[in-house]
Design a protein around this ligand. Structure first.
Ligand SMILES: [Zn+2]
Length: 404
């Protein structure tokens, strides 16, 4: 099946927000969802024709979902105990090949879109372009490439250091010119990245630097994702009008109110901080910092949810102890932090697509949208573990992975 036409018959449908009642048949034409109808409504001759053409996918006992979206990955990172040290030992060519493998692992697990928020030499941008061109298989990659940071700021190994308004303007233009489809900034220090010299509540890029970056990116229709852990840094991000807050541990009720009003999405990345805190072998400085903020992180999610902030799923896959893929673990963490299962699934589908500005393209099962879809055995709204039983992955209606 290579044409982007298919009929998926007799499935339960999670449409990106909720489980539809009854069983459905979903038809796909030219790579897009053509119709979603009750299983009994499809004329038998259409079903027979699809079967004869080898275009029928039997969905009995299965649930169809939008292809999953991970809003925060690092395809160039190894997910070992110290990926920065690993990067330092590799040539850029080796790192790029590693990233190809990671992308494939993501896609085969049902993650058809990833947002990559930091790669050396803009490698994730290059990989995303190669996948889009069909040179190598993989998920759709929305990549920042290098990140905009202050001199000495968080994640210097893939940072483009900018100081002052003029340098910030030059930096954002440089990344847009390089092909970035999202701009990533470091508004505060972080947990892992530098062994010394950064704390999570350090304010890094200044309000005027953030403002010029966001203004310029938005002018070009590109969204801005901000690494922000400490409270003052989060305030600076909201003042500048960033689109997503990554991590957000020290988010307050006042922040949450502003985010709900402005439509700013929180991408908490809960799983990775648990891993950095607890996984054996992670550098001790990072474990200690993660342990100190893990409890506050769950609190931040509760505060955000209570205020009506939209919450998106991002795993930070590639980070210490956080393999490619780790999105299912993140969805489970969101559920454990209080999101009902359907909301946790929406965080990786409909809400994630909105966070990318791609709600008219992916993230829901609705006629007209691109047929990036997955089938799983069982009902993930009742049991998230069903997400581990992916039987089919379709990209643009083309079946790219099948199991069982
Ligand atoms: Zn990250």
């Amino acid at each position: 099946m290579v044409t982007g036409h298919a009929v998926i018959h007799d499935v339960a449908v999670f449409d990106g927000e909720r489980l539809l009642e009854g069983r459905h048949t979903v038809t796909i034409q030219d790579g897009r969802i053509a119709a979603v109808v009750s299983s009994t409504a499809l004329p038998p001759e259409m079903l027979a024709a699809a079967r004869r053409a080898g275009r029928l996918i039997e969905g009995t006992g299965r649930t169809l979902l939008p292809g999953l979206i991970d809003l925060h990955v690092h395809l160039t990172w190894s997910a070992g105990t110290d990926p920065v040290a690993t990067l330092a030992l590799e040539s850029p060519e080796q790192t790029l090949l590693r990233a190809v493998g990671h992308g494939l692992a993501q896609r085969d697990a049902g993650i058809t879109t990833v947002r990559d928020l930091g790669s050396p030499h803009d490698l994730a941008i290059h990989l995303g372009q190669a996948i889009a061109a069909g040179w190598v298989p993989g998920p759709r990659v929305i990549a920042s490439g290098r990140t905009l940071i202050m001199t000495g700021g968080h994640d210097p190994f893939w940072g483009l250091m900018v100081d002052g308004r003029d340098a910030a303007l030059k930096g954002v233009r440089t990344q847009l010119f390089a092909g970035a489809q999202v701009i990533k900034v470091s508004a505060t220090g972080g947990v892992y990245g530098r062994a010394a010299g950064e704390a999570v509540d350090d304010v890094e890029l200044l309000p005027e630097e953030l403002a010029v970056i966001v203004e310029q990116a938005h002018r070009r229709g590109v969204k801005v994702a901000a690494h922000a852990i400490g409270a003052e840094g989060i305030t600076n991000c909201l003042d500048a009008g960033v689109d997503t807050i990554e991590h957000g541990h020290f988010l307050t009720a006042a922040h949450a109110k502003r985010m709900a009003e402005a439509g700013t999405v929180l991408v908490p990345t809960l799983f990775v901080y648990q891993q950095v805190a607890n996984a054996p072998g992670v550098p001790a400085y990072a474990s200690a910092k993660a342990q100190a903020i893990v409890a506050r992180h769950r609190e931040a999610v509760a505060i955000a949810r209570a205020a009506g902030v939209r919450i998106g799923a991002g795993s930070d896959a590639g980070s210490p102890g956080t393999p490619h893929p780790s999105l299912i673990e993140e969805i489970a963490c969101l559920a454990a932090a209080g999101l009902p299962t359907t909301e946790a699934l929406a965080a990786a589908t409909a809400v994630a697509a909105e966070a990318l500005g791609m709600a008219e393209e992916i993230g829901r099962i609705r006629p007209g949208l691109r047929a990036d879809l997955i089938l799983v055995d069982g009902d993930p709204t009742a049991d998230l573990a069903a997400l581990r039983r992916v039987t089919h992955v379709l990209q643009g209606g083309v079946l790219v992975t099948t199991r069982g």
